[in-house]
Design a protein around this ligand. Structure first.
Ligand SMILES: Cc1cc2nc3c(=O)[nH]c(=O)nc-3n(C[C@H](O)[C@H](O)[C@H](O)COP(=O)(O)OP(=O)(O)OC[C@H]3O[C@@H](n4cnc5c(N)ncnc54)[C@H](O)[C@@H]3O)c2cc1C
Length: 467
């Protein structure tokens, strides 16, 4: 991964806008650039595009969409931006959060209306930290379907996508203008591609163990459930180009990945009164703080695992998720009709489990926060049948990266934009603060799709201005 001089270089062919990476960010950027009237080419390292996007639940938070209005939900970009910034304890700049929040609603409507990408609004429960129902996703709630729908849209728009094309080097002139890239095919052959603008949509560094250990040591020993082709290339090139990197310690973890199956158990079960017990049968946190910060919490428990315990409301909410239905088919979800049975199916100490369930009832009766600061209503108190899934904490993807402005242009250390380099999604600094607690549900795909569209528009305009 190098940045090399473009002087004297000739390219095999040239396309005005080149996009590196065919996840949600790259595909949305390509559609946006094409809609601006530019020819676009997407280069993807994998033989079959999937990315982190396919591993996700495919849910994108967006205010003021047509779907949200039809559901009678009163929301605004400002309210959403406040939710984003509050989750990071004011670390993420408000203008960046507002740029994403303003772009997200029109982006969903545009994908639906112009490119026939299907979305529905997720109703029934609020993700922690979101003050409105604003999650949009495919009916199946799978990122695999989101990715497939975006790939279809790209194909229908006549955009070329080369798979098995791993971008290795960028060629840059003395002014910092990216003149093209070199990519390698699976058989080792190399090709030189010129461009007028480049979009880095090749996500973060979850797949580079050394970078994870360097920037996020707390999660380096946990399981990585991310997309391993994401090896931090955008940051490596950006650093060589003098671009700013920020929030490199930020990541999306998940404190509820079915063990050892590796499928995420939706946090919806927690929002419906569910709790986490460690192998000693004890709770260890306020689960409502969010799933990301629980990755390190669960990894720090005895045996690096915990049990998710929830009741019928949690089960009903979870059944809307494809991954949950898969977990059920695999027999991962244990069910118990009494506390004794719950202790037996999980192997947890009966006295401790009984004590914790009693404590929930006490908290609900008094209405006071419990010892971790979580409140329970009478409706949320767990009742039989109980459901239980053994989980571990995992790293999903990283959230730090290239500093971009509100038009997704990559910025140098001094805050000036590089002339023709854009980034979004996991390649760019996200909206999740600098650590594990700032990740508001949906931040990954929000950053990918909202900044992906802005990156595509900016790239097309730069390319047009250059012709
Ligand atoms: C298990 C899991 C669950 C998640 N759940 C959610 C969720 O519900 N909601 C949410 O908002 N976010 C979720 N996320 C995060 C979300 O998936 C990501 O933030 C988002 O998909 C990032 O999109 P992207 O396009 O930037 O990256 P990706 O989708 O990862 O795409 C990047 C692409 O770039 C390619 N690439 C990398 N380097 C190169 C190179 N040098 N040359 C060519 N190609 C390259 C990769 O192969 C990859 O296909 C989840 C992530 C995981 C792992």
């Amino acid at each position: 991964m190098a940045v090399l001089s473009a002087e004297g270089i000739t390219f095999d062919f040239e396309v005005p806008v080149v996009v590196v990476g065919a996840g949600a960010c790259g595909l949305v950027a390509a559609l946006a650039a094409r809609d601006e009237g530019q020819e676009v080419l997407v280069l993807e390292r994998d033989e079959t595009p999937s990315g982190s996007t396919s591993l996700s639940a495919g849910l994108i938070p967006a205010p003021c969409t047509k779907l949200q209005r039809q559901a009678g939900i009163d929301d605004s970009p400002e309210l959403f931006a406040q939710d984003l910034v509050a989750k990071t304890h004011d670390h993420t700049p408000y203008d960046q959060a507002l740029a994403a929040a303003k772009a997200a609603g029109p982006m969903i409507d545009w994908l639906m209306e112009t490119h026939q990408v299907e979305f529905e609004l997720v109703t029934g429960f609020l993700y922690p930290g979101h003050s409105r129902l604003r999650m949009h996703g495919p009916k199946s709630r799978t990122g695999a379907d989101l990715e497939q729908n975006l790939l279809s849209a790209v194909s229908n728009a006549g955009i070329d996508l080369i798979t098995g094309a791993s971008v290795e080097d960028l060629y840059v002139d003395a002014a910092g203008l990216v003149a093209g890239v070199r990519f390698r095919r699976p058989d080792g052959a190399q090709e030189m591609l010129g461009c007028k603008a480049l979009v880095l949509a090749c996500c973060g560094f979850a797949g580079d163990v050394d970078m994870v250990r360097q920037y996020i040591p707390e999660i380096a020993d946990a399981e990585c459930c991310g997309h391993l082709s994401n090896t931090g290339d955008a940051m490596k090139w950006g650093a060589a180009l003098g671009a700013g990197l920020a929030d490199m310690g930020a990541y999306q973890g998940h404190g509820s990945v079915a063990h050892p199956h590796g499928l995420p158990l939706t946090w919806a079960v927690i929002t419906k009164g569910g709790i986490l017990l460690n192998l000693e049968g004890r709770r260890f946190s306020n689960e409502m703080r969010g799933y990301s910060e629980h990755a390190a919490e669960v990894a720090a428990q005895p045996g690096h695992v915990a049990w998710d315990i929830y009741g019928s409301p949690g089960e009903e909410a979870a059944m809307g998720f494809h991954d949950y239905r898969e977990l059920r088919k695999l027999g991962v979800v244990k069910t118990a009709n009494s506390v004794d049975e719950l202790a037996a199916v999980t192997g947890l100490p009966l006295d401790a489990v009984r004590h914790e369930l009693q404590a929930l009832q006490d908290a609900a009766r008094t209405g006071e926060p419990d010892r971790f600061g979580r409140r329970f209503t009478e409706d949320e108190v767990l009742k039989p049948p109980y459901h239980a899934v053994k989980v571990n904490g995992a790293l999903f993807h990283t959230q730090g990266g290239l500093v971009i402005d509100t038009q997704a242009r990559v910025l140098r250390h001094d805050g000036t934009p590089l002339p023709n380099l854009m980034a979004g999604g996991g390649a760019a600094r996200g909206l999740s603060g600098h650590s594990n607690y700032g990740y508001l549900s949906g931040n990954g795909l929000l950053s990918a799709t909202a900044f992906g569209r802005l990156a595509g528009i900016s790239a097309a305009r730069v390319a047009t201005a250059d012709t």
